[in-house]
Design a protein around this ligand. Structure first.
Ligand SMILES: [Zn+2]
Length: 251
């Protein structure tokens, strides 16, 4: 039974991933509600339902629009697949409880923000404003960590990132500050510090790889939001275990 439900979560995850792509691409330019059906970005043709099947339609059309043959961004199937796999992992790991609900809400926050930051280098205020009350309500209903720890986490995140922005000029912006403050609230101070450490680590590793590939003459071209998202997911699934390992090493 657990396996069947996990597969159902995977399928729903694919469909929601497709929706999150649309949210991430349309919220920043205010077109989320302007046209309800999905369309090709190049020729503006409305897509048929067959072309909306997550991942599958991309593979069947070999990554190109059927009419204008323009390339469809790899971002779509990658985000759909990632949402499907992570939704399945969340249920598989936690089953029917509040932690699964928290995980799904986290995916609904992280995937559209990652898409938006990759596409426009923007973390939309609208998304943060939409999700903040939901996370606050969830924290009151499900105090893990406690509300006090959450507020402490948000405060720590805000001060830490604000100081870093002041001294580092560039790299991180106001969007990252608000996004990280919300994540500080969600995770509390200890897990937030781990999250922040991992985000900078992922950013540094990718930066070094890009430098190598481009012979070191280009500035880093990827925004910070995707690393924050990846770090938040790492902390959600493995954070407590990582902190336990670390404490065991110390003792
Ligand atoms: Zn087209």
């Amino acid at each position: 039974m657990h396996t069947i439900v996990t597969v159902v979560f995977f399928i729903y995850g694919l469909v929601f991933g497709s929706f999150f792509n649309v949210v991430g691409l349309r919220v920043p330019n205010g077109t989320l509600l302007a046209q309800t059906r999905s369309y090709c970005d190049t020729c503006q043709r409305t897509l048929t339902w067959r072309e909306l099947l997550p991942v599958w339609s991309f593979l069947r059309q070999r990554g190109r629009c059927r009419q204008c043959k323009d390339k469809i961004s790899l971002l779509y199937p990658i985000m759909e697949l990632a949402t499907g796999l992570l939704a399945a992992l969340t249920f598989y790991r936690y089953g029917w409880n509040e932690q699964t609900f928290l995980g799904l809400l986290l995916l609904a926050l992280i995937i559209p923000i990652t898409v938006s930051d990759l596409a426009y280098r923007k973390i939309p205020n609208k998304l943060l404003l939409f999700f903040t009350p939901l996370f606050v309500a969830l924290r009151i209903l499900y105090p893990h960590p406690s509300l006090g720890e959450s507020v402490l986490g948000a405060g720590l995140a805000f001060v830490l990132v604000f100081v870093i922005i002041l001294v580092s000029n560039g790299g991180m912006g106001a969007g990252d500050l608000k996004y990280l403050t919300l994540l500080g609230f969600i995770f509390g101070p200890a897990l937030f510090l781990l999250l922040f450490f991992l985000a900078t680590l992922y950013g540094a590793i990718t930066g070094m790889i890009i430098m190598k590939l481009k012979n070191g003459n280009r500035k880093m071209t990827i925004p910070f939001g995707p690393y924050i998202g990846l770090a938040a997911l790492t902390v959600f699934y493995f954070g407590e275990t990582m902190i336990q390992w670390y404490l065991a090493l110390l003792s």
